[in-house]
Design a protein around this ligand. Structure first.
Ligand code: IMP
Ligand code: MG
Length: 183
C-alpha cells in the first residue's frame, strides 16, 4: 500500500475482499431482478455509493436489466467517524421520479437518517415505488425507523472504508471493504 503522509492511524483491515464483493454483486442483481421492477430508475447517493453502484448496474446488465441511473449528492456533515444528524442536498437529481420504480442505493445504513431523507424526498416527488439497497447494513440501533430492502453485507458498530467509502476523504480507492480500528 502507498505511504500516507498524514496521521498515525493504522491501516484498514480487510473484512470483505474484492472477490467476495464481486460474487455478492451477482447474487444481489438476481435478488433485485426477481422483483420485476419495470422502468427501473437507480438513484445512487454520492459520494460513498459510486463504486458499489457502478458494479451493481453492470451486474444488472449481465442478467438483462436496463436501469436508468441518476445521482443525488447528500451531506451528513460527517467529517470523521460520527454523524451530526443533519442531512442536506449538495447536488440534486437531474431526472424526474414521478411514477417510477426507484432503487435507492447507498453505501452504509447506520443511523438511518440519510436513507430516510432520500426516501422521503423521492416519495414527495411522486415515485411509484421506492426500494432501498445498501452495501453495508450496520446492525446497530437506528435514530429513525428504516430498513434496507436489499443489502450486500452486514456490518457492526465499527467504521468501514474502501470500495468507495471514506474516512475524511481517504481510502475510497481500495478494492475491498475494510474496518478501521477503534482509536
Ligand atoms: P446514517 O445517515 O447515519 O445512516 O449514515 C449513513 C451515511 O453516513 C452513509 O451515506 C455514509 O456515507 C456515512 N457512513 C456511515 N457509517 C459509515 C462508515 O462506517 N463508513 C463510511 N461512511 C459511513
Ligand atoms: Mg453517504
Amino acid at each position: 500500500m502507498t505511504e500516507r503522509t498524514s496521521g498515525a492511524q493504522s491501516e484498514p483491515e480487510v473484512i470483505y475482499s474484492a472477490e467476495a464483493i464481486a460474487a455478492r454483486m451477482e447474487e444481489l442483481a438476481q435478488e433485485i431482478s426477481a422483483r420485476k421492477l419495470d422502468r427501473l430508475l437507480i438513484v445512487a447517493v454520492l459520494k460513498g455509493s459510486f463504486v458499489f453502484a457502478a458494479d451493481l448496474i453492470r451486474a444488472l446488465h449481465r442478467i438483462g436489466l436496463e436501469p436508468e441511473v441518476d445521482f443525488l449528492t447528500l451531506s451528513s456533515y460527517r467529517k470523521s467517524k460520527t454523524s451530526s444528524g443533519k442531512v442536506e442536498i449538495l447536488r440534486d437529481l437531474d431526472l424526474g421520479v414521478e411514477g417510477r420504480n426507484v432503487l435507492l442505493i447507498d453505501d452504509v445504513l447506520d443511523s438511518g437518517r440519510t436513507l430516510v431523507f432520500a426516501k422521503d424526498l423521492i416519495a414527495a416527488r411522486g415515485a411509484k415505488n421506492i426500494l432501498t439497497c445498501v452495501l453495508i447494513d450496520k446492525k446497530v440501533s437506528r435514530a429513525v425507523d428504516v430498513s434496507a430492502d436489499f443489502s450486500a453485507f452486514e456490518g457492526g458498530d465499527e467504521f468501514v472504508v474502501g470500495y468507495g467509502m471514506d474516512v475524511a476523504h481517504r481510502y475510497r480507492e481500495l478494492p475491498f471493504v475494510g474496518r478501521m480500528s477503534k482509536d
